[in-house]
Unconditional design. Structure first.
Length: 621
C-alpha cells in the first residue's frame, strides 16, 4: 500500500509529465487525456455489456435445452448475474445533492438575468437553469447530473452575497463570465467535456463511497486508482482552462475588471472577515443574544468602510508571494495577473455594488432572508458560547485569586490555559514558562510555548515544538503543521517541503494506528493485559452485577502504533436465556475505562476471537 508521500509524489509526477506533454506536443497530450477519460466509461459499460451478454447467452442456450434450464435454476446462476446487473446499475445511478440557497427568479430580479443572458449568448454557453444566492464570498457554476454517470446536467449559477455586496457590477460580471467560460463554446468542446468528466468522476467516487455492495466494491477499487490518475493527468488542461476562462472574461468585460475581481477575492474577503465578522462574533463573549441583523449590518458596514491602504497592500504582497502549486487547478494570483498583463493594484471601496445594481428595491428582503437564516443556524451556538465564556471567566477569576507561589502544577497549567482563552490581552506565555520550570519533562508545556512563539514569528519556538514532538508522539502531526506554518510565512520552500513530508509520514502512522484499532480479526494476536490488576478490578466492579453475564475474561490486543493507548477484548459467557446483542450493547454502555475495548461472546458471532481471549486473557469472574 502506497504511503501518502508516495501518492503525492506520483500525483505531482503525473502533473509534471502532463505539463511537459501539453507544452511540447499538445496533440499527443489531447489524445492521451481523451483516451484516459474514455477508459472510465469503457470499464463501466464494459462490465455491463459483459454481464448482459452472459445473461443473453445463457438465455439462448436455455431455449435449446430443458436440462440446461434446470441447471440454471438449480445453481441460481442466472439470478446471480441478474442481481449483479441490477447492483451495478444501482451503483452507477448515484444521486447527487443539488446545491441549495436563495432562489433568484427572473420575474423578481430581471437585471441579473439580463446580464446572464447577454453573457451566455456571447459565449455560446449552455443554459443556466437556476440562479441561487448563498452567504459565502464565492461564485461558481455547478453541474448536477440528473442521470449519474450518464449525465444530463442541470446547471446552477451560485453567487455569494458577500461577493455581490463588495464588488462592482463590472467586477461580478467578469466573475460570471469566467465561470460560464468553463462551459462555453469559446472553450473548445473537448476542454468543456474534460472539465465535466473531471467533476463527474470526483462525484462518482464520493457517491460510491456511500454505498456498500458487490457491484459498488468492484467499481470503487477501479475508481480509487483511476480517478486520481485521471485528475492528475488532466490537471494541466484544467489549469489551462482557468487561464482561458480569465481571458474569456477579460475579452467580454475588461482585463482590469477581472483583475480587480481576483484581487478583491484574495484580499477583501479576508479584510471583511477580519474587520466585520470576527468583531461581530466576538460579541458572543459578552452578550447573550446576537445584536441586530448581521447581513443587513454588513451592507451598512461595506457602504461606510474605509480601506487602510497599508494593511491592504500587506495582504496583496502576501497573496502575490504564493506560488502556483499542484493542489489547486487555479493558478496563483501572481500568475493570473501576469497572464492578464495587469498590476496588483490595491482595491478601492465600491460605492455602488452589484447587489445594489441588480436587486434594487428587493435587496432589503434578500438581506432579511439571510439574517433569518443566520439566526436560525447560530442563535443556539451564540448562547452556548456566551455561557461557556461566563463559566470560563469565573474559573479564571477563582484561579487568579490564588497566589502563584503556592499554586500546584496542575492549577498553574489550568491558569495558563484559561488565561490564553479567556483573557487574551494578558500574558499567558509567562505562565506556561513558569509551569515548565515546575514540570520540565511535560511535552504539553514545550508545545504551548513553541506555538505561542511561532505565532509571533519568533524562531525560538522551533526548538520547543521539536522537543514536544520528540517527547510525545501524538503531538508530531500538529507540530509539523506549526513548523509548516512558520516556514511558509518565511517563504522557505525547502523547509516547508521537508516538514510536509514528515507530516505525511506521521499521517500514515496515525491512519495505520486507527486501522489496527478498527476491529479484532480471528488471526489477531491476543495476550494477557499488562499490569492487569488495576484494569481488571475496574472492569470487574463495573459489570459483575450485570444480569445475564455468567463469566467474563479480559485480553489485550498489542498495538504496533501508540502502544501506550491500550486496546482490550472483553469476552463473556451469558446465562441461558440472555440475548447476545442486548448484552453486548449493555456491556459497551457500562464500560468506562481508559482505552478501547471490544466486547465478544463465548460461542457467539465472534466465537473465534472470544475463544482466543479466554485462552490468553485473565478471568474476571
Amino acid at each position: 500500500m502506497q504511503s501518502t508521500t508516495q501518492r503525492r509524489e506520483r500525483f505531482e509526477q503525473l502533473i509534471a509529465a502532463a505539463e511537459r506533454d501539453i507544452q511540447h506536443n499538445p496533440r499527443r497530450y489531447t489524445i492521451k487525456v481523451a483516451l484516459l477519460a474514455l477508459l472510465g466509461y469503457a470499464v463501466i459499460f464494459g462490465m455491463l455489456l459483459v454481464l448482459i451478454g452472459l445473461v443473453g447467452g445463457l438465455g439462448w442456450a436455455a431455449l435449446a435445452s430443458t436440462a440446461f434450464i434446470l441447471f440454471l435454476f438449480k445453481t441460481k446462476l442466472i439470478f446471480a448475474l441478474l442481481i449483479m446487473i441490477y447492483v451495478l446499475l444501482r451503483a452507477l445511478w448515484v444521486r447527487f445533492q443539488a446545491p441549495v440557497g436563495y432562489r433568484v427568479k427572473a420575474k423578481q430580479y430581471p437585471a441579473i438575468f439580463t446580464e446572464l443572458k447577454s453573457l451566455s449568448r456571447k459565449l455560446k454557453a449552455p443554459k443556466v437553469h437556476q440562479v441561487i444566492l448563498t452567504p459565502e464570498y464565492n461564485a461558481a457554476i455547478v453541474q448536477t447530473p440528473r442521470l449519474g454517470v450518464f449525465g444530463w446536467y442541470k446547471n446552477t449559477l451560485i453567487l455569494g452575497v458577500e461577493l455581490l455586496l463588495s464588488q462592482s457590477p463590472a467586477q461580478v460580471r467578469s466573475v460570471i463570465a469566467h465561470e460560464l467560460g468553463h462551459l462555453s463554446g469559446k472553450h473548445s468542446r473537448f476542454s468543456g467535456w474534460i472539465y465535466r468528466v473531471r467533476l463527474s468522476w470526483d462525484r462518482i467516487v464520493n457517491g460510491l463511497s456511500q454505498q456498500n455492495n458487490f457491484g459498488t466494491n468492484l467499481l470503487r477499487r477501479f475508481f480509487n486508482w483511476y480517478a486520481p490518475t485521471f485528475a492528475a493527468y488532466s490537471f494541466a488542461l484544467a489549469r489551462a482552462n482557468e487561464y482561458n476562462a480569465d481571458a474569456v472574461a477579460a475579452q467580454l468585460t475588461s482585463p482590469e475588471d477581472i483583475a480587480h475581481a481576483l484581487i478583491n477575492t484574495h484580499v477583501v474577503q479576508g479584510w471583511v472577515n477580519e474587520h466585520y465578522w470576527q468583531p461581530f462574533i466576538r460579541q458572543a463573549d459578552s452578550i447573550p443574544q446576537p445584536p441586530g441583523s448581521p447581513y443587513s449590518q454588513l451592507l451598512d458596514f461595506l457602504q461606510a468602510a474605509t480601506f487602510d491602504s497599508h494593511a491592504l497592500q500587506s495582504k496583496i504582497d502576501k497573496a502575490m508571494a504564493v506560488k502556483t502549486g499542484y493542489y489547486d487547478t487555479h493558478p496563483a494570483l501572481k500568475d493570473r495577473l501576469a497572464a492578464l498583463k495587469c498590476p496588483a493594484s490595491p482595491p478601492e471601496r465600491v460605492s455602488y455594488s452589484a447587489a445594489q445594481a441588480w436587486f434594487v428595491g428587493q435587496l432589503p428582503d434578500i438581506m432579511a432572508h439571510f439574517d433569518q437564516q443566520w439566526r436560525q443556524q447560530n442563535e443556539s451556538r451564540w448562547e452556548e458560547r456566551y455561557h461557556y465564556m461566563q463559566e470560563g471567566r469565573a474559573k479564571l477569576a477563582a484561579l487568579q485569586a490564588t497566589p502563584l507561589a503556592g499554586m500546584a502544577s496542575e492549577q498553574l497549567w489550568q491558569l495558563a490555559v484559561l488565561t490564553e482563552e479567556f483573557a487574551p490581552d494578558q500574558d499567558c506565555l509567562a505562565l506556561f514558562e513558569r509551569y515548565k520550570t515546575q514540570e520540565p519533562e511535560q511535552a504539553k508545556a514545550d508545545f504551548a510555548i513553541g506555538r505561542l512563539l511561532l505565532a509571533k514569528q519568533d524562531a525560538a519556538g522551533l526548538d520547543f515544538i521539536k522537543q514536544a514532538m520528540d517527547k510525545q508522539e501524538d503531538l508530531r502531526l500538529n507540530g509539523c503543521d506549526w513548523l509548516i506554518y512558520y516556514y511558509r510565512e518565511l517563504n522557505d520552500t525547502a523547509a516547508v517541503a521537508y516538514w510536509q513530508e514528515q507530516a505525511e509520514r506521521q499521517y500514515d502512522i496515525n491512519q495505520a494506528a486507527q486501522q489496527e484499532r478498527a476491529f479484532v480479526a480471528n488471526t489477531d494476536l491476543l495476550v494477557s493485559p499488562g499490569n492487569h490488576a488495576e484494569i481488571c478490578q475496574q472492569i470487574r466492579e463495573q459489570i459483575h452485577t450485570l444480569p445475564g453475564v455468567k463469566h467474563a475474561w479480559l485480553a489485550e490486543k498489542p498495538m504496533r502504533h501508540y502502544p501506550e493507548a491500550k486496546t482490550y477484548v472483553l469476552a463473556f459467557e451469558k446465562t441461558l436465556y440472555s440475548s447476545e446483542d442486548a448484552l453486548v450493547k449493555r456491556l459497551v454502555a457500562e464500560l468506562e475505562i481508559e482505552g478501547l475495548c471490544f466486547v465478544v461472546m463465548k460461542g457467539g458471532k465472534s466465537k473465534v476471537v472470544a475463544k482466543q481471549a479466554i485462552k490468553e486473557g485473565v478471568q474476571l469472574f
